[in-house]
Design a protein around this ligand. Structure first.
Ligand SMILES: Nc1ncnc2c1ncn2[C@@H]1O[C@H](COP(=O)(O)OP(=O)(O)OP(=O)(O)O)[C@@H](O)[C@H]1O
Ligand SMILES: [Mg+2]
Length: 428
């Protein structure tokens, strides 16, 4: 029997503590921090209203809005099996910490399963039924994303909860994740131009700014390149609200939580204390900006020791214009305005400030990025006359640039010497 949240209040024991699994981009829970909060539950209490059973596919308003009633379609497991051709391996779009994401086909109006190639494409995220580790995140996704509507947030269309099967159904974003475009090689991943990088940064900043300025401030907590998905025009949309939290209220500066997130992106104060600020998201944004400038991953154990953490080794390159040219992604082939790049680097440094208070708000970040975009027409490319570029590859350019597996990337962890499925090391 499927569960219908319209009438059901589901609450969880708040006693789970997750342990840290160190490694590149792994989601974490720091072992020393066991602070637990009441888990949010998918309930009429959370929403104030019950979940609707039909879904509107209308465009999100440009400013975004918070829906009174989550407008989600409840799918049966059989329907999603039908939509994905029985979760056929060749429909797999990717794999994250909580399971695989499949491509599915549904009727545009009714959202009933359609034959493959017919109707509308959707992305179906199927949580690994072996563990219940994803339940909390799954609930959070429904609670937050089910109600949030903004052009720069992925649209959650519906879900299925049947026995141990937990699934989420999203709009399909044809270009996949920013992570793939920045770091994968192959015909499907043309290097992103400077203006596309700016466009993506601006859209993602809009999405975060919307969350931060909404009535009940929402802290996203998992800002990273793999959670920025791209539509056919490279419009970015934030996905994965599994770790999202309501921000502080009543004059408090932060909320205290178990430390969850992803190595390399999480803000230092949060990792150290579990104190989560709205500005903790700004730090994560700074890390992604740095990834976009440099073409380097936030964390990569393939880099020489001492350079695994991008922020640690790249920061000095951001403050100096000449040094910056050596940090910039060689895949840009020098095709960027040096003034704009330097301004973006300065903004990145501000976002990466050690103290939350010292970081700009996402509104300020957005304004700065828009200014950089506006001046792009006036700037000259920074390419030198002979077209050559020096690049600050760590250890004299010895970054291994082996091709990555098209399906697994970092999730198998193999290329980083990590355990398989390191995202899932969330110990209850
Ligand atoms: N709505 C979607 N449209 C198209 N592709 C998607 C969609 N959602 C996810 N994907 C693909 O599936 C991959 C896995 O997504 P998922 O969110 O499960 O994991 P992740 O973000 O890579 O890692 P993590 O578990 O740490 O969040 C993404 O990187 C993306 O390539
Ligand atoms: Mg994700």
């Amino acid at each position: 029997m499927g569960n219908c949240f319209g009438s059901q209040v589901k609450s969880l024991s708040p006693t789970t503590t997750r342990s840290l699994s160190p490694g590149p981009t792994s989601k974490t829970s720091i072992s020393t921090s066991t602070t637990t909060g009441k888990l949010s539950s998918i309930s009429s209490a959370t929403f104030g209203q019950s979940i609707g059973s039909s879904v509107s596919l209308g465009e999100a308003s440009p400013e975004g809005r918070i829906l009174e009633v989550p407008n989600l379609r409840i799918f049966t497991f059989a329907e999603l099996k039908g939509a994905t051709r029985n979760f056929k391996p060749d429909t797999v779009l990717g794999e994250g910490g909580f399971g695989r994401v499949y491509k599915g086909w549904v009727d545009e109006k009714t959202l009933n399963p359609a034959k493959s190639g017919m109707g509308m494409v959707v992305a179906v995220k199927k949580l690994n039924p072996e563990s219940m580790q994803g339940l909390e995140e799954w609930q959070s996704e429904v609670n937050f994303l089910g109600r949030l509507s903004h052009p720069n947030l992925v649209k959650l269309l519906g879900y299925c909860w049947e026995d141990k099967e937990l699934l989420l159904v999203y709009e399909f974003l044809i270009k996949g994740s920013l992570e793939n475009h920045l770091f994968r090689r192959g015909a499907a991943y043309e290097p992103l131009s400077w203006s596309l990088r700016l466009k993506i940064a601006i859209g993602a900043a809009r999405g975060l700014a919307f969350l931060h300025t909404s009535d009940k401030k929402v802290i996203y907590r998992d800002f990273k390149a793999s959670n920025i998905l791209l539509d056919s025009n490279y419009n970015p949309k934030l996905s994965d609200f599994g770790l999202a939290k309501h921000g502080p209220t009543g004059g408090d500066s932060h909320v205290t939580t178990r430390v969850m997130g992803t190595y390399g992106y999480a803000a230092p104060e949060y990792v150290a204390t579990g104190h989560l600020y709205v500005k903790s998201d700004v730090y994560g944004f700074g890390v992604v900006l740095l990834e976009m400038l440099s073409g380097q991953r936030a964390l990569d154990t393939n880099r020489p020791s001492g350079q695994h953490n991008l922020v640690d080794w790249a920061k000095p390159y951001l403050a100096d214009r000449r040094k910056l040219a050596r940090l910039m992604d060689p895949r840009l082939e020098g095709q960027y305005p040096s003034k704009g790049a330097f301004q973006a680097a300065q903004l990145t440094l501000k976002c990466l400030g050690g103290e939350p208070k010292s970081r700009p708000s996402m509104k300020e970040v957005l304004e700065t990025l828009e200014q950089i975009e506006a001046m792009k027409g006036r700037s000259r490319e920074s390419k030198s006359k002979d077209g050559s570029h020096q690049h600050a590859t760590p250890n004299n350019g010895q970054i291994p640039s082996k091709p990555r597996s098209p399906l697994k990337s970092r999730h198998d962890g193999v290329e980083y010497g990590m355990r398989a499925n390191h995202h899932t090391h969330r110990v209850s």
